[in-house]
Design a binder for this molecule. Structure first.
Ligand code: 59J
Length: 559
């Protein structure tokens, strides 16, 4: 009985509410609307200016410029108004289509007709004096470097919110907070008077990136030429300051223009430098050798017998392209002996190798704060069998991003200190973490100079006047069925000036053309061009003056 009573009271309440709603929405609608028209008191939002993104020297990479958006209150706009076709023509819209949109939203009070038009055009729209048609001030994002910095910077959507890249990662910082004011509008929807400012817009903050736009452009140009000119599938370049971890340039191919985006596909706008992983192959050998030196059981002069050019490990064969016989660690590096690297790894405790790889950042994200960053894969040493220990030593069975590789090479460049990678300008030098002993880093660096020397695999990476240390890699790509014969990744990772490295450059070319696919042939020359230009742009003094003096008489004529 009690339940029936309670339900009855509820039902009555609902009935009353429904009745009131009908009363307001249907019966008194005209009255209320009339009241609204008479006062036309409205709260409008004031967009906040989105912070500018600049390179490290305050050069603009993303700027917000004021634009106008045309909107209508369909309740105030008679669709038969003879000025509507004119409006459609002005805004380059299909007249019938525009009417359909308005008719479909006739009960709303706010419908965009066309967004982001130039102020001059907006003035012509206003001059039509169409009832219920008004303008709204908005900001449009413009990217002065276009394609060149597109992957790093990312982009916003039409509502000025970050969608990709750093625009997304730092959206809150950049966006600011929109303001609000109470205004009186006339019948045309124009603001006649501001009654009160409820909240001033708080402008977004500017963001200074670590990128140097000159080096960014240089890397872009060289990569585009290498990938498009060489018929490669894709590619990435990372330029890093090893003393701070700052990314000075990051470019990818294919690319896209963030100012004219249409039918954007993920494979165009993906920032491969941080999202795509690959097996590092021989570019990992410096870290295998570093682990050996750190273990205390090897010296740079230690001899390793790589004969007869292959090594059988539990039914698996590790191969070199030639039989190098007994060689020291420098020769192992210069010739890139897989057998030598495997023998070293098998003589170490698995944890010793894992620990060094881990200290230089493999298997975990860099912390650069980029959306979608990949961590790569490195399994725990407790599960490594002998075959894995051997192949991990020359870069198979783990995966890395180009950014991780640059960060790891930076540890060799910075005498063993590793600084977390960043896309933001670092005004004070971060302390960094020790990845290896200073002596180890210097010894490995000396060996890497041999790679670029006359008998190494990386001679095409040499830069006149500078000592260059680096490593080539030619990696067969793996598929579900195993490693394939005809698809490769060509790599070069290196640093200069080797006596006191200021720059680390990683070049990754994915699936180069059929004829030329070795890292030493495809990636090393790109490294040389980028490194040469960047050293010059940063006024970094040469450290190989004897070579410079020999070169001068030849180019300068009689001395
Ligand atoms: C190679 C591999 C695949 C994976 C071999 C490249 C292995 C291997 C199973 C044959 C091309 C090729 C785990 S070679 O990077 O040794 O950069 O200038 O892809 O060996 O065992 O036709 N690099 N590359 N190996 N796999 N598995 C050399 C070397 C390297 C060079 C040249 C020639 C390979 C000097 C690679 C370079 O250092």
């Amino acid at each position: 009985m009690r339940r029936v009573l309670v339900l009855g009271v509820f039902a009555l309440g609902v009935l009353v509410l429904v009745g009131r709603a009908i009363d307001l929405q249907v019966l008194k609608q005209d009255f209320l609307r009339g009241q609204g028209d008479a006062r036309h008191l409205r709260v409008v939002t004031m967009p906040a200016h989105r912070g500018m993104i600049t390179d490290r020297n305050e050069q603009p990479l993303a700027i917000s410029t004021p634009v106008d958006s045309v909107w209508a209150n369909p309740r105030d706009l008679p669709l038969a108004d003879p000025r509507l076709p004119k409006l459609a023509r002005l805004l380059d819209l299909d007249h019938d289509e525009m009417l359909r949109r308005l008719a479909a939203r006739e009960t709303r009070e706010f419908v965009y007709i066309r967004r982001h038009i130039a102020p001059e055009l907006a003035a012509q729209v206003l001059a039509l004096e169409l009832p219920g048609v008004a303008l709204e001030r908005e900001y449009r994002r413009y990217y002065p470097m276009g394609e060149v910095a597109a992957h790093v910077v990312g982009f916003t959507n039409i509502d000025d919110r970050g969608q990709e890249g750093l625009e997304l990662a730092y959206d809150e910082w950049l966006a600011g907070v929109p303001g609000a004011k109470r205004v009186i509008k006339d019948r045309l929807g124009r603001v006649v008077e501001t009654v009160e400012a409820l909240r001033a817009p708080r402008a977004g903050k500017p963001l200074a990136l670590s990128i140097d736009r000159r080096i960014q452009y240089l890397a872009y140009r060289e990569l585009k030429q290498a990938v498009q000119g060489g018929g490669a599938r894709s590619g990435s370049i990372v330029v890093m300051d090893p003393r701070t971890g700052e990314v000075l340039a990051m470019v990818n191919q294919p690319a896209f223009n963030p100012n004219t985006r249409r039918n954007l596909r993920g494979d165009l706008y993906r920032n491969r430098g941080v999202t795509d992983v690959f097996e590092p192959g021989s570019t990992i050998k410096p870290f295998t050798v570093a682990a050996a030196l750190e273990a205390g059981r090897y010296q740079p002069s230690s001899q390793i017998d790589t004969g007869p050019g292959y090594l059988r490990v539990r039914g698996h064969t590790v191969r070199d392209i030639r039989n190098y016989g007994r060689i020291d660690l420098a020769t192992l590096m210069a010739k890139s002996s897989n057998v030598g690297a495997s023998k070293i790894a098998l003589s170490l405790e698995p944890e010793e190798l894992w620990s060094l790889y881990s200290r230089v950042g493999f298997g975990r994200i860099t912390g650069v704060g980029y959306p979608g960053e990949a961590a790569g894969v490195m399994s725990d040493f407790s599960r490594w069998n002998e075959v894995e220990r051997a192949t991990l030593a020359f870069g198979y069975g783990l995966s890395v991003t180009p950014l991780q590789l640059a960060q790891a090479y930076s540890a060799i460049a910075a005498d063993g200190m590793m600084h977390e990678a960043t896309f933001l300008r670092r005004d004070a030098t971060a302390p960094g973490q020790r990845a290896m002993q200073p002596e180890t880093a210097r010894q490995v660096r000396a060996m890497l100079e041999g790679v670029v020397g006359t008998d190494g695999t990386g001679t095409r990476a040499a830069v006149e006047g500078y000592r260059v240390a680096g490593k080539t890699g030619t990696v067969r790509k793996s598929t579900v069925g195993g490693y394939v014969e005809d698809r490769y990744i060509a790599l070069f990772a290196g640093m200069a000036p080797a006596s006191n490295p200021r720059l680390v450059v990683v070049v990754m070319i994915n699936e180069p053309g059929r004829e030329e696919y070795y890292g030493g042939h495809v990636a090393a020359p790109v490294f040389r061009e980028v490194m040469t230009g960047a050293l010059r742009l940063l006024n970094i003094p040469p450290d190989d003056l004897p070579a410079l003096q020999v070169a001068q008489p030849a180019s300068g004529g009689a001395a």
